[in-house]
Design a protein around this ligand. Structure first.
Ligand code: AMP
Length: 207
């Protein structure tokens, strides 16, 4: 199965992608995570994309596609994958479509004010990546591994606003693009994580 998870930043794509990958035995491919790993390892690509990411802007299509094309060509992706955060522009969708046949595009829908709240309060463990939210947990260390929690640079309010504007301008047109191709499966992302997951499984016909 080749699945795309579409939706604005903060819709819960990452959370659902991890669970789906586990349940269906698919590779979870997050372009945001790939870029963050390059930044952490201070690679030339990492240095190139850091400024754009910190400002909430998109990395150029050709750079992003190169990274994705390389990754999906690896052996473990032959059994299927979940794309989380890609494509984010019509051009990226075209590049992907020239090479791959998708099974479904799950569109996780959430209102803008809910997204602001979710993203600005989001914290993540520096060591194991476990996600937290300040409205559920006010500690500053990870309850699983004890490492420090941090706020992603791009989860600061001003950057979140830019990311949501970029989503509306550049990514939201993909909804119509995939609807026209009969691939779009909308899900209400404001529900509890469990319910969103159950609905996605139902839409994929694997519930
Ligand atoms: P994410 O973790 O998916 O929210 O992505 C974090 C940041 O990585 C985005 O704000 C962009 O700067 C960059 N990024 C991730 N995926 C893409 C993509 N498909 N195209 C361009 N930039 C991306």
């Amino acid at each position: 199965m080749k699945i795309v998870l579409l939706g604005p930043p903060g819709a819960g794509k990452g959370t659902q992608a991890v669970r789906l990958a586990q349940k269906l035995g698919l590779v979870h491919l997050s372009t945001g995570d790939l870029f963050r790993a390059h930044i952490k390892n201070q690679t030339p690509l990492g240095r190139k994309v850091k400024g754009l990411m910190d400002a909430g802007q998109l990395v150029p299509d050709d750079v992003t596609w190169q990274l994705v094309a390389q990754r999906i060509a690896e052996d473990d992706c032959a059994g299927g994958y979940i794309l989380d955060g890609f494509p984010r522009t019509i051009r990226q969708a075209e590049l992907l479509g020239e090479q791959e046949t998708l099974d479904a595009v799950i569109d996780i829908e959430v209102d803008g004010d809910v997204l602001m709240h979710r993203l600005c309060g989001r914290r993540v463990c520096v060591a194991c990546g476990a996600p937290y939210h300040t409205s559920h947990y006010t500690g500053d260390t990870c309850t699983r591994c004890g490492a420090a929690l941090m706020q992603r640079d791009d989860d600061r309010p001003e950057t979140v606003k830019s990311r949501l504007a970029v989503y509306e301008a550049q990514t939201a047109p993909l909804i119509a693009y995939y609807r026209e191709r009969g691939l779009l499966r909308p899900v209400d992302g404001a529900q509890e994580t469990e319910n969103v997951f159950a609905e996605i499984l139902r839409l994929l016909g694997v519930a």
